[in-house]
Design a binder for this molecule. Structure first.
Ligand SMILES: Cc1ncc(COP(=O)(O)O)c(C=O)c1O
Length: 377
């Protein structure tokens, strides 16, 4: 049997990793400034993470949501504490798309309305509703097309306000990434997030903060929307939540009440997933990873802004976009094949940095040195 060939892959076989370093089958070392697409939050094979998963696996890997799962409650407690959203409620699933799917559906259950506001260049996942609010017609199948989604220009407060004036009674939710990832590392202006909050309050709409990529401490605060000092009604999470173990979830404001059967999943919140989630939060807390992400991110951004070949540097903490002119379209390949450094990409010609939150200054310098070298060759 062949694989269903949907991924353009690099001819590299990574077989092991430690911290921000990974190694291929020839034992060549690579610096991971990509974190397997923002997934590796506490570093590859962190000893505490390995031990917690190993111990849990010896106890019990899985049992369904039909029984009490105390480790789920433990995770919810810890997440409430680390994120500062103690009074929210946790529902667990398995991926970012699934988290957004549940968020959009829950919003509609809550206010009985159908329309969703999403923004240009948004990426929210590939399941039915998540892809419908994603601004990329190439990945929307005919069956996912719907009239319930209104796309508005990014950060356009007037367009947002006008849409609420015209259709407020129909709008169930507004979904926004605090920092657009796939869209090229675009930071949502604080005033825009505040406007979403006030319009949602005024019109009984639900504010959904897609924090799948920009959340979980990556920006130096737990949720990037926290910079605007507003609370969303639902935050969706995945990626860094399990450091590679597939875990997703939503946290839900107290005003949204649950009912049996409203949401559900077979695998979501299983014992192993919770052990992975707890290990991540424990390491984040013990090793002050949010502070590290803020400090190393600030350092990287400051140094990158000094480079004259760079068009623009955007982002916060360890979610950084480096926009380059078109003629420098080979930079990522050079970094990978000459300097053995993984980075991410976004259009147009944006190098995306999404490393582990415990990236060291030495590794940041190794990246900067290689990057300058590639720009100057
Ligand atoms: C902002 C955002 N939302 C949702 C998703 C979808 O997550 P998943 O691939 O886990 O379904 C992604 C994935 O890249 C994302 O970046």
């Amino acid at each position: 049997m062949n694989l269903f060939d949907v991924y353009p892959v690099n001819p590299i076989n990574i077989v092991r990793g430690q911290g921000s370093l990974v190694y291929d089958n020839h034992d060549t070392e690579y610096l991971d400034m990509y974190g397997g697409h923002a997934v590796i939050s506490i570093g590859h094979t962190h000893p505490h993470y390995v031990k917690r998963l190993e111990d849990q696996l010896h106890q019990l890997g899985f049992y369904s949501n039909s029984i009490e799962i105390p480790i789920q409650k433990e995770l919810a407690q810890k997440l409430g504490k680390v994120s500062g959203k103690d009074d929210y409620q946790l529902f667990m699933c398995n991926s970012g798309a699934e988290a957004n799917e549940n968020a959009l559906k829950l919003a509609s259950f809550y206010n009985g309305k159908k329309k969703v506001i999403a923004f240009t260049k948004a990426f929210h996942g590939r399941t039915s509703l998540a892809v419908a609010v994603t601004d990329n017609p190439k990945i929307v199948a005919p069956i996912n097309e719907t009239d319930n989604v209104i796309f508005l220009p990014w950060a356009d407060e007037a367009a947002l306000a006008q849409t609420f004036v015209n259709q407020g009674h129909e709008i169930s939710s507004v979904i926004i990434e605090g920092i657009q990832g796939v869209g090229g590392i675009q930071v949502a202006p604080q005033s825009f997030l505040q406007k979403i909050r006030s319009l949602c309050d005024e019109h009984n709409a639900v504010f959904i903060a897609d924090s799948v990529q920009c959340g979980y401490g990556r920006t130096g605060k737990f949720f990037s929307q926290d910079f605007a000092a507003v609370n969303a009604d639902i935050y969706s999470m995945a990626k860094g939540m399990g450091n590679g173990f597939p875990v997703g979830g939503i946290i839900i404001a107290p005003k949204i009440q649950p009912a049996y059967g409203m949401l559900g999943t077979t695998f979501g919140g299983n014992h192993l997933a919770c052990a992975a989630g707890l290990a991540v939060l424990e390491v984040m807390e013990q090793d002050n990873l949010m502070q590290n992400a803020a400090a190393i991110g600030e350092y990287l951004i400051k140094e990158l802004k000094k480079l004259e070949q760079v068009k623009e540097v955007r982002g916060r903490g360890l979610m950084i976009g480096i926009e380059l002119p078109e003629e420098l379209s080979n930079v990522r390949k050079e970094l990978l094949f000459k300097h053995h450094i993984f980075t991410g990409e976004a259009k147009p010609n944006v190098v995306r940095l999404l490393p582990a939150l415990n990236l060291t200054k030495a590794h940041a310098d190794r990246f900067l040195e290689a990057f300058v070298n590639v720009l100057n060759q």
